[in-house]
Design a protein around this ligand. Structure first.
Ligand code: F6R
Length: 250
């Protein structure tokens, strides 16, 4: 595990984008796992900049998003599909048929999970955020975790956290389709991003606490190639000795 912390938002985002750019330089047909939420947005912005400057092309890549709300169609302004389209897909040259995201209005959700799992190729690089309650993707804390893509009931905490994107809490869907922990851990490399004081404790628990289904993020400790990008606040519970110097490492 390599942990880095940044005093500037821009430096963090540039470091995240650099991991993606380095991969695409080596492997233009790389498969990226993508997340929604605030954590990766600045990285997407940096990637759009790099594309516009002609530094990278996304023509040959494939992307798989972690999750989608059940009940929202692609055109719904709060769907994760729309989130990705507005913040990333529309600004780069990813052919639309190469960007996969679970279908939130599939006629049969169990079938949809099976379909998504079949489509999912081995991800070269997974970009990941974490919920305040330790969820990764929408794998919520509880007594068990699922390995593969599955339907999940969102916790009240998650719905409240995500209600900022909706006009009211009761508009936030109650269920989602998410990749499972096994899908996430199979990625060749994971870039885990967190920002802000309110994430500091869960980041610490995830990286140094016991591995438990009560904190799905703790399973990241099992991954052999984990890059953690934090701002100073999110890194504030971590011993400085465990934080590496970006200049020498990336
Ligand atoms: C998003 C996802 C979630 C978010 C998490 C953090 O596709 O699967 O796990 O990464 O809820 O969200 P932000 O980044 O908004 O704090």
């Amino acid at each position: 595990m390599h942990i880095f912390s940044f005093s500037s938002e821009e430096e963090l985002n540039k470091a995240g984008a650099k991991v993606v750019i380095d991969l695409l330089m080596k492997k233009p047909s790389a498969i990226l796992g993508l997340a929604t939420g605030q954590s990766p947005v600045g990285i997407y912005k940096q990637l759009v900049k790099a594309y516009k400057k002609g530094i990278i092309s996304f023509q040959l890549i494939k992307t798989f998003n972690l999750d989608e709300y059940i009940g929202l169609n692609k055109e719904h302004p709060q769907s994760f599909y729309m989130f990705m389209k507005q913040r990333f897909f529309d600004h780069v040259n990813i052919p639309s048929e190469r960007s996969y995201i679970p279908d939130g209005i599939a006629p049969d959700f169990n079938e949809e999970c099976i379909r998504y799992d079949r489509l999912l190729n081995k991800i070269d690089l997974q970009i990941l955020g974490i919920g305040h309650n330790g969820h990764i993707g929408f794998n919520e804390p509880g007594n068990y975790l699922s390995s593969r893509t599955h339907v999940v009931e969102l916790t009240e905490e998650t719905r409240i956290a995500n209600s900022k994107y909706f006009s009211s809490l009761n508009k936030v869907p109650t269920h989602a389709i998410t990749m499972g922990i096994g899908n996430i851990l199979k990625a060749q490399k994971i870039v885990f991003v967190a920002r802000g004081k309110e994430k500091a404790e869960i980041v610490f628990q995830s990286l140094f606490g016991p591995i438990t289904t009560e904190c799905p993020g703790s399973f990241l400790q099992l991954h052999p190639n984990l890059v953690v990008l934090l701002d100073k606040e999110a890194a504030s519970y971590i011993d400085e000795g465990k934080i590496q110097n970006i200049e020498t490492a990336l």
